[in-house]
Design a protein around this ligand. Structure first.
Ligand code: AR6
Length: 177
């Protein structure tokens, strides 16, 4: 269960504008950038983040960061100490990949706790370019954070880009109390 010291907050906006200890990136296995949240983070964080990602590829992830895993780099010029890159699953109507989506939140929180982060901002992983339905993505996000957030993480902040995403997260949070 989530530590009683951890709160979940929801805000509308861009994840790149958050002042937190760790910002989670919805990356892809290559760790070399892309569109959506990933593009915004690299654009606003500057080249230091890409340099760190290239170094990680060379040292640990020659075949790419597997789906459902998470790894931290510097946050460059962003107002955070770390970016935690995680790779969400691409939505499939045929096979159930929700365990992999849950794993993204769980593993990112584990990395955050290991770094000593008290505040962590998440986007709605997989719900953009990777096509995951927002209502289901929100339920998995809220449930997994409730199950797995631990000290020293005190705040898990979901940063939702539009009113629709915000509404779905608010509903999931209310439903799961
Ligand atoms: N702040 C917060 N949320 C955002 C922002 C932002 N600046 N920009 C978009 N969103 P996506 P994915 C929302 O596509 O589905 C990249 O190319 C967006 O509306 O960023 O996991 C990677 O390199 C959506 O609800 O990530 C991968 O190849 C959510 O963030 C691929 O996209 C996630 O959308 C990952 O796809």
């Amino acid at each position: 269960m989530m530590s009683p010291m951890t709160v979940i907050t929801l805000v509308r906006g861009s994840i790149t504008d958050q002042q937190v200890d760790a910002i989670v990136n919805a990356a892809n296995s290559s760790l070399l950038g892309g569109g959506g949240v990933d593009g915004a983070i690299h654009r606003q964080g500057g080249p230091e983040i890409l340099d760190a990602c290239r170094a990680l590829r060379a040292s640990h992830y020659g075949k790419g960061l597997p789906t459902g895993q998470a790894v931290a780099t510097t946050a460059g010029k962003l107002d955070a100490q770390w970016v935690i890159h995680t790779v969400g699953p691409v939505w499939s109507g045929r096979d159930d990949r929700s365990a992999l989506l849950a794993s993204c939140y769980r593993e990112a929180l584990k990395v955050a706790a290991g770094l000593g982060a008290k505040t962590v901002a998440f986007p709605a992983v997989s719900t953009g370019i990777f096509g995951w339905p927002m209502d289901d993505g929100a339920r998995i996000a809220i449930r997994t954070v409730k199950e797995s957030a631990t000290a020293p993480v005190e705040e898990v902040r979901f940063v939702l880009f539009d009113e629709y995403a915000f509404g779905e997260f608010a509903e999931a949070l209310a439903a799961q109390g």
